[in-house]
Design a protein around this ligand. Sequence first.
Ligand SMILES: [Mg+2]
Length: 350
Amino acid sequence: MRSFRNKKQEARSKRQEARGKNLSEADIIKKLKRVERAHPAVIRGIGDDCAVLKSLNKNEVLLCTTDLLIEKIDFDFAFTDPYRLGMKSLAVNLSDIAAMGGAPLYYTVSLGFPRELVGDFVGPFYRGLRRVERKFNVALIGGDLSRAPSDVFISITVLGKAQRDKVVYRSGAKPGDLIFVTGTLGGSATGLRLLKEGHRIEDAEGIIHQALRTHLCPVPRVAAGRWLAEHKIASSMIDLSDGLSTDLHHLCEESHVGAQIYADQIPIASATRALEDAPLAAALDGGEDFELLFTVPENNVKRFRQSYPFRKPPTTHIGHVINWREGVQITYGDGRQKKLLPQGYDHFKT
Ligand SMILES: [Mg+2]
């Protein structure tokens, strides 16, 4: 009897293990969401760019986001240096605050690194952080340090604020809304490819320098995100960290809608256009551009176009929101229409 039960248990755990091995990052987050406990101070928990929490000021909410960067997975010292890595580590977190339409306030940094790196890594890394910190007026308020066996680990948490009735979630898109994106796409993927081919930012010029910069030192769209929220222009928003094809799916899933985008209208970075064999694929699936993807109800479009105050980043209309039954579609210049598959970055997808 006992051995029979053990065999059954064994079979079950083997099945679970097999299922576990095939879980994507998105699947794991879905599972975590299912066991998330409701708390009276949590307005929005897992699943958006930031958690949204009640604050002492009733009209304001607190935003919280965190990111983990691991050497050889998320960055490589063959391509970047501690100073630029410091800049990027904070910038990618600020991008999540931007995606909610918030203003960043404070941040913590936790680092793990081997003892040998104390001298070469820590100083320039914090100088990189402080450069971005000054630009966006955020304050370092703490963190933790640990010795790591061989690689560098970086975890940053940023707190920000937004007006309670103006926070922009991933979940607010409605059929009929127009879809926009800031800046250009694909530059970061092209930059990474150029780095792998041996290009270095110190010696690069023109569009190659631009692409390397996009990858190594992305600029979070904090002012644009805040403006879109404060003027109640956007109905939903997400930042493009995994790639347009994947992040559009995230937004559609949270809003329970579908999307129709036009290949011809995607603003592709000039380096990507010039140097990639498949520039559209790089723009759709490349990731790490840290631009904002947002939806605007038709009623707001005129006001948005007339009053958007920034020269940089420009915004481009790339499609519109449709019913969820229709899924996420892309239409090419010749009229061909295809399902747009989420082919951007996922840490655990095989
Ligand atoms: Mg994000």
